[in-house]
Design a protein around this ligand. Structure first.
Ligand code: TMP
Length: 253
């Protein structure tokens, strides 16, 4: 079946879904970092992120967090609700790492006094700058009510996922969420969208501090696909034949 391509991002493609109000989210093996300056392919990543993100979204919906996820369709695709994406990346940090450690000249791994939530504007042209609530409301990217909803949901996601991951020997260092607006009748509500995967989280082994996330790609640490597989294995969602052997359906033109 040929489906209309709605949007193509760096790691995913969105196609028109089978029913109005739905989309098909296709996970690619492509990886980029530093706003597209570094590009590569992580073989099998799309298959693994499809499973890992499904797992997190289903667990989150079980504890009452609304998400766009409906069901997984195949190795690389999932059916999701169509939402109006809020053009912000909400980052929650538990431990200093990445751009935060650089900005404040902190050592990576330093614990933070409390979980810190940051907002970045989704803009490739501007390189996803850090923005404040003042910027967000003044430019109308989100309202104060939207921001409050996103903050509360992000902190609930952090608490729940931190515990879940601790149970499989992983420390949730930081992660990025995206939210969308969903209209039902006259009512608008904000739900979790996009994906939650080792592309969008920092995950460190609790015993060894080994990095099991996209930093292996960003920093050329090697064993990138293996790290994603290890996360899937620990969560109990590693496809049986092994993702390397299984070719996903080709992205339709
Ligand atoms: P940062 O330390 O580079 O700002 O990243 C914080 C978290 O957000 C980290 O878990 C990786 C994730 N992230 C994305 O998902 N997309 C991005 O474009 C960036 C820069 C970070």
């Amino acid at each position: 079946m040929r489906r209309k391509r709605i949007y193509e991002g760096k790691a995913k493609v969105l196609f028109e879904g089978p029913e109005p109000g739905t989309l098909v989210q296709y996970f690619k093996d492509d990886a980029t970092a530093f706003n597209n300056q570094k590009q590569g392919v992580i073989t099998g990543k799309g298959v693994l992120n499809n499973r890992i993100s499904e797992y997190f979204m289903v667990r989150l919906s079980e504890v009452g967090i609304p998400t766009h996820f409906m069901r997984r369709l195949n190795m690389r695709e999932q059916l999701v609700r169509e939402v109006e994406i809020i053009p912000l990346e909400v980052v929650v940090r538990n431990i200093a790492a990445g751009s935060f450690a650089q900005r404040f000249k902190m050592e990576e791994g330093a614990p933070l006094p409390r979980s810190i939530v940051e907002y970045y504007l989704k803009s490739d042209d501007l390189g996803d700058p850090l923005v404040t609530e003042e910027h967000i409301t003044a430019f109308g990217w989100a309202s104060t009510q939207d921001l409050d909803d996103m903050l509360q949901l992000s902190l609930r996601v952090n608490d729940f996922l931190s515990g879940l991951l601790m149970g499989v020997g992983l420390r949730l260092v930081d992660f990025k969420l995206e939210f969308g607006r969903l209209w039902e009748n006259e009512e608008m509500r904000i739900i979790l969208a996009d994906e939650i995967s080792p592309d969008s989280c920092r995950l460190w082994d609790t015993k060894t501090n080994e990095k099991l996330d996209k930093d292996r790609f960003r920093r050329d640490l090697g064993q990138v696909a293996e790290a994603y597989q290890e996360v899937a294995r620990r969560l109990g969602v590693l496809p049986e034949a092994g993702p390397i052997d299984i070719k996903g359906p080709r992205v339709m033109q």
